[in-house]
Structure formats: C-alpha cells, structure tokens
Design a protein around this ligand. Structure first.
Ligand code: KG4
Ligand code: ZN
Length: 331
C-alpha cells in the first residue's frame, strides 16, 4: 500500500510517499528556517502563511518524485497534532482535499508517533522497546509493547531539550536553530564548567532543563559583565555534556527496569552527535538505534510510516471532520 504522508506542525511543509510503511519513494521537505532565522525563532503567523504558499507544490513534487498518481494512494496520513494550530490546519485541510477528491481513507497521526516511527524506516522496531523522544517541543520516555502502544514513563517538567539548546544558542549569538551549531561547537570544546545534571538521580523518569538553561545563561551574563573571555566551544560542550549525561543515565535505567529488547531515540535532537556517541557508550547490553540523519528532524516520511502501522493495527480511518489539535495526546 502506498501511503501519502503530510507534515506541517511547525516550520517544515513536507509530503512523502512511503510503500508498506518502510520504503520511502519520495520525501519532499520545504523548510522555512531561513525565514524565521531573522526573528531568532519560529513566528507562528509567518509559519502558517508559508505553509499556504508552499503546500500545493510540495504535494505535487512528492507524487511526481514517487512516479505515481493520486489514484495509486491507499491512505492519506497527516499530522493532526501537537504543534502550532495555524500550521497544523494547513496540512490537515490539504490532506482532506486529496482524500475527498480521490476517495482515499484519511488518518490523523500524532507528531511524536511519527518521530518514533522514523526508526522503523531503518529497521523494524522490536518490542518491548523504549523510545527516548527529544525534539524542540518534547522530551519524554515511552515504553512500547507493540505497534501503536505507547506508555509514557516520564517527560520534561518544563523545557524540551531542543528548546533549551536553541535558547543557549541564542545567548551565545549562534544562528537559529541553535541545536545543530551547539552540537558542532561542542566537539571543539571541553566540559570546563561542569553544569548541574538536573534530576539525574530522581527515582522517576521525568526531566527538567530550564534550570540548567538558566544556569548557562546566568554564567554567560556574569562573565560578560566582568569582561571575561567567553569560549563558546567550552560553553557548548559543558551544556551538551550535562544534557546528554541526564538523557543517557535515565534511559539506561528505564531500559533495565522494563527489560526492553531495544532502545530507539527520536526527534530533532536525535541528530546530536554527542548524544549518539554517549548513548552507545552508556547502554551496552541492549542495542540503541537512531533514525538516519535526514529523518530526525520534521519530515512527512515518518508520518506516512506511522500512519501505515496505525492503520494496520486499527483498520479505522478518520472522517472529514478531522481537525488539528495543538495539544493532542499520544495515547
Ligand atoms: O523534531 P524537530 O525537527 O521539531 C520538533 O518537533 O520540535 O526538532 C527540532 C529541534 C530544534 O530545537 C533543533 O535545535 C534540534 O531539534 N536539533 C538539534 C540538533 N539538530 C536539531 N539539537 C541538538 N543537536 C543537533 N544536532
Ligand atoms: Zn518534530
């Protein structure tokens, strides 16, 4: 079955065609990063308008690159939340138009389920499995006992990891989004500041990153006032080491407690090279997998992949009243 995936929850307009949930035939991603860069972050109103401008072209390109016609599509899977409501609505409505015009079943997919299923594009997920989701909007540990069976073990109590990365990047006057740049500079620096590892020893699987972020920002502020030299590489490395220590230690403990067969990491921050290296060093008794770099950040191939497995499990599609939900829950 060919699934048409649609993603527009934040600042990427993306449409993909995936065969049988695993084989990507096309994955067109129109990024708005250059536009939002001038503002140091995503401006929701601008994001919605850019989705409107690009969405038809992205649909056409995805179908053409797959070498198919809309008549060949067996399911339209679209991110219906969570995310920016104005952005979500563009993708949801475009998906509805295609579904209605061609009489194709329509299915709403949770954005985080999409990130998790990016891993299934590389190799089939084996259950029970532990998913560490680290993106610009989410940081959580989910236990999966089967396809589309998510049990949240814990989540951030404040900032998401990607959000903290982007704020640290902004203080260091790095281009938006800060995450990838902080990662790159980290490789050239040392952990000289040894920032706190928030909640690393708490017995639950929750996280907190806003205190760490403030710690970094305050130190930067104080050093600037004292005219001290700021070595950005060392700031980045110290921040990244603190974040990745917490993520790796908590994931390791959860993997052991729940006796999982594998650990998968998902979301934009799964692209982080420091996290990839430390996970491999920390968790050695079960395999740890990451999606291919191009499927870590927002894309529609992951939504099509997730949509396929959701549809195979439930056999139930949504009707044309499907709506965007900015705070949609995973289960
Ligand atoms: O999953 P994603 O594309 O969008 C959301 O669903 O939020 O994640 C975007 C986030 C941004 O905060 C970005 O800075 C971060 O992922 N990110 C990274 C890296 N690449 C992207 N953070 C740290 N290291 C990276 N290499
Ligand atoms: Zn995302």
């Amino acid at each position: 079955m060919y699934v048409l995936g649609v993603e527009s929850s934040c600042d990427e307009t993306s449409v993909a065609v995936v065969k049988d949930g695993r084989e990507v035939l096309s994955n067109v991603v129109l990024s708005q990063i250059d536009i939002h860069q001038a503002y140091g972050g995503v401006v929701p109103e601008i994001a919605s308008r850019e989705h409107v401008k690009g969405v038809s072209m992205v649909f056409d390109q995805a179908i053409r690159q797959a070498g198919l016609r809309y008549e060949d599509i067996g399911l339209v899977a679209v991110t219906n939340g969570p995310g920016l409501i104005g952005s979500l609505l563009i993708g949801v409505n475009a998906a509805k138009v295609v579904a209605m015009n061609y009489g194709i079943p329509l299915l709403g997919v949770h954005h985080i389920a999409g990130h998790i299923y990016a891993n299934n594009l590389e190799r089939p997920i084996e259950f029970p499995c532990l998913a560490l989701v680290v993106s610009g909007g989410h940081t959580e540990l989910d236990l999966m006992n089967g396809h589309f069976d998510f049990v949240k073990l814990g989540e951030t109590q404040d900032d998401a990891v990607g959000e903290a990365y982007d704020k640290v990047g902004r203080v260091l006057e790095l281009p938006y989004p800060g995450g990838p740049v902080v990662d790159k500079l980290s490789a050239l620096g040392k952990d000289v500041y040894h920032f706190p590892r928030p909640m690393v020893d708490s017995p639950d699987y929750n996280f907190s990153f806003s205190g760490l972020k403030s710690h970094v920002i305050n130190l930067h502020h104080n050093m600037t006032q004292r005219n001290e030299t700021i070595v950005k590489e060392d700031f980045c490395r110290s921040f990244q080491d603190a974040v990745t220590d917490v993520l790796c230690q908590k994931t390791k403990r959860a993997a052991k407690e729940y006796g999982v067969k594998q650990v998968i990491v998902a979301g934009g921050v799964a692209a982080n090279r420091g996290l990839r290296a430390k996970m491999a060093q920390t968790i050695t008794d079960v395999p740890v997998y990451f999606p291919a770099m191009r499927y870590c950040t927002d894309n529609a191939a992951m939504i099509a992949a997730a949509g396929y497995f959701k549809y195979m499990k439930t056999g139930v599609a949504d009707d044309l009243y499907l709506n965007g939900d900015s705070r949609l829950a995973l289960n």
